[in-house]
Design a protein around this ligand. Structure first.
Ligand code: FPP
Length: 270
């Protein structure tokens, strides 16, 4: 039986209702995993969703089929994260390096993103989710930028969990942007060099509205950060799992959260 104790709920008696729309959540509830105490529930989980191409290749399908299943996994996992009481989920959907992929694949990914916003925004809004996009998404085509801005505006006043999608995101570019802004403020006499500190830098990161990153998961067996949340991961627990992203689901997330609960976090102390 599912024994996850959600952060904002009193007991496992308040497990999510079976809702035909929410397969992921129902599946999580059916799986036996160790009880996770609310106190060790990560507030902010980020995922490098890797392995769509390999998932498709194993099935002799085109890569787009893997990405399509990847979107299904996005749905399942974000629903499961909400049901668990995780405050923020950040998903790496398109890196600033992904432009190097064939034009057709880039176009397919943009198409899936458009489709996701069209088909899932109502549910996110109803679930009180605040949608955030991090990264330089303004380089996308104007209609997509408009859709993204509209989706963020529609959910901006929501008070529930945050779903952050990283689009045209690269951590180094994000940090370069922060350095430039700091330099500008010093040049314009708005602050002194000595006033530059970690808190000030964090306030200028794309993730400034998100809680500190607790758990960073990468699927598909690769063990690297690929320019994702480099600053934010300073004290995050890293978890590399072999599951290919299209196979990742609420159960896998629950297992990752349970593994996080077994880690000893010392933040440099003893
Ligand atoms: C990495 O797998 C995955 C990506 C570059 C794209 C991730 C995108 C999605 C899951 C779908 C879009 C998301 C939303 C929010 C609509 P890969 O293709 O590099 O896999 P491989 O290493 O096996 O080739």
């Amino acid at each position: 039986m599912w024994r996850l104790v959600p952060r904002k709920r009193k007991s496992s008696a308040s497990e999510p209702e079976a809702d035909p729309r929410r397969n992921g959540v129902v599946k999580v509830a059916a799986r036996a995993i160790p009880e996770i105490e609310a106190s060790v529930l990560p507030r902010h989980v980020a995922i490098i969703m890797d392995g769509n191409g390999r998932w498709a290749k194993k099935r002799h399908l085109p890569r787009i089929a893997g990405h399509r299943q990847g979107v299904e996994a996005v749905r399942r996992v974000s629903r499961a994260a909400r049901a668990m009481g995780i405050e923020a989920l950040t998903l790496y959907a398109f890196s600033s390096e992904n432009w190097r992929r064939p034009e057709e694949e880039v176009g397919d990914l943009m198409g899936l993103l458009r489709h996701f916003i069209r088909s899932d925004l109502d549910e996110l809004a109803e679930d009180n989710v605040r949608l955030k996009v991090i990264g330089d998404y303004r380089r996308f085509s104007p209609d997509l930028v408009e859709m993204i801005d509209g989706a963020m505006a529609r959910t901006a006043a929501n008070t529930g969990p945050l779903l952050a999608i990283a689009l045209n995101y690269g951590s180094q570019a994000e940090l370069v942007g922060v350095a430039r802004e700091m330099a500008r403020r010093v040049r314009d006499g708005e602050m002194a060099i000595d006033e530059i500190d970690a808190g000030g830098i964090e306030g200028l990161l794309d993730t400034h509205e998100l809680p500190p990153l607790d758990l960073l998961i990468r699927t598909s067996g690769e063990q690297r950060l690929s320019n994702f949340l480099l600053w934010q991961a300073a004290y995050a627990e890293l978890l590399f799992v072999d599951t290919l992203w299209p196979d990742f689901d609420g159960e896998a997330l629950a297992e990752a959260v349970a593994a996080f609960g077994r880690r000893q976090r010392r933040f440099g102390g003893l």
